[in-house]
Design a protein. Sequence first.
Length: 170
Amino acid sequence: MKSNLLFRAWFYFRTGWGTYFAFIFAAINTLTVTYFLAIERYPSLNTMFPSFLHYVVIVVAISIPLLVIVGYIHYKKSAAVHAEAEIGFETNPFLRRMLVNTEIVIPLQLKLIEVILKISKNEKVADEDLAEIKKIENELNQHIKLQKTKKKFNIIEPESYKKLQDIDKL
């Protein structure tokens, strides 16, 4: 963490600037420029907005609900967020690793639950169940070995990535 403290600070700076400061600054700048360069110079617009305060109140009253609707449409009704998430997944090795690890561990969890239920009912655990658990164990060992031999976060082989794309289609 200490080795990338500068990059973390840079990230927080960009987030603070882009999300908060630049947004507020741009809103104030837009209101000021549009009023004093456009509205104040045209008498017909000046009658609608007699002062800068009137202009700000009216624009804010109209723009905030409008922008909330636009934001809602962006997240809930457009394909933009899906594309952003897809790109984020493609470029974020932590998300990829978490998904690949989950896809490998879930079959083991299901098989173990099945065996535990059989044991709790005093049923004999079939040799096929034990063989399947052994097979999953071998896959997990191969996965762990692959993690140790590859670079720190470069974890998806082309075949695995194809499987992930098939999962996404479901």
